[in-house]
Design a protein around this ligand. Sequence first.
Ligand SMILES: Nc1ncnc2c1ncn2[C@@H]1O[C@H](COP(=O)(O)O)[C@@H](OP(=O)(O)O)[C@H]1O
Ligand SMILES: [Mg+2]
Ligand SMILES: [Mg+2]
Ligand SMILES: [Mg+2]
Length: 354
Amino acid sequence: MSSPYAKELEIAQLAVQRAAILTKRVFHEKAKGTVSKDDKSPVTIGDFGAQALIIAALKANFPADEIVAEEEAAQLRDDAPLRQTIWDLVSTTQLSDAAAESALGGAIKDEDEMLTMIDHGASKGGAKGRIWAIDPIDGTKGFLRGGQYAVCLALMVDGDVKVGVLGCPNLPVDDAAPLTGSMESGQTDEGKGCLFSGVLGQGATSRPLTTGSLAPEKKIAMKAITDIAAATFCESVEAGHSAHGDQAEIAKKLGITNPSVRMDSQAKYASIARGAGDIYLRLPVSATYQEKIWDHAAGDLIVREAGGAVTDIHGKRLDFSIGRTLANNKGVVAAPVGGHPQVLAVVQEVLSLK
Ligand SMILES: Nc1ncnc2c1ncn2[C@@H]1O[C@H](COP(=O)(O)O)[C@@H](OP(=O)(O)O)[C@H]1O
Ligand SMILES: [Mg+2]
Ligand SMILES: [Mg+2]
Ligand SMILES: [Mg+2]
């Protein structure tokens, strides 16, 4: 008998791998087609195209499942040139392996169907049933500057994350490679591109990202912390996404002297899960911002399955069961299980929560 969620894992990995072909094409071949969303954050033709391809694969394989995805098609409905550019990409992006491509259920028919697919991601989320969370490009700002970004997909069942997949085209294949925040644009893709997965109770893995069938996988595990002062911690590049000042103070109180590694996207979760870094801190900058479930679902599971603990600043597990946002949580503190209590204590001391 196959393990629980074997099919979901297989389809999710292939869908992320196919979407990453599209995002890499956008990066290398095209003007990125950046447009501004209502909240002034950037979105590119890559975000829309990747979301359409992932949702098409999910709809073909799991038609009854709900989907929470970051982007919506409204802007494309009244912008024919933008829509056409995305369609050109979506209609010509395939896995190079015919069996893998056919497992994803075949091509999207036309532009209209592409818009419909994108809008299938409008579920409100919640605590009941099977719901996928998609971030087609997480770290859009990193993507645009040639830094880290991630194609993110997770399956929640009754509010609990069961399967998580992160495609990180710009992370080194080598799990042991030293952690650096940015990859200069213009560098080659050689040695880069990693697909991370986790299934609840089954551990976490990494494998090279390919353009066809899945490459062989390796188990990954966080580094056990023996001396927290020797830890490496990761944080967002964007100062508007987490509180760099508080994070620096926490690191200092923990005796950490290594400079923080700043990288965009859930590549931070993947990097600590594979033991390339140790701690990920995302302390709130604003009292009102609610973290989005698609920015955390896959990374949360992969880190926990690799031997980590992930909580908010109050020490609560991230709660994916209340809708499209983590409305019951504030910030993120991720560290190896053994070191997490010590890190959390200092987080709370610095934020005056105790
Ligand atoms: N004020 C804020 N606080 C925290 N996260 C924010 C934020 N504004 C936007 N974000 C989220 O930060 C994500 C990127 O995280 P990071 O800084 O770790 O790369 C963005 O994802 P997208 O790039 O998918 O839009 C966006 O959802
Ligand atoms: Mg965005
Ligand atoms: Mg995101
Ligand atoms: Mg995004």
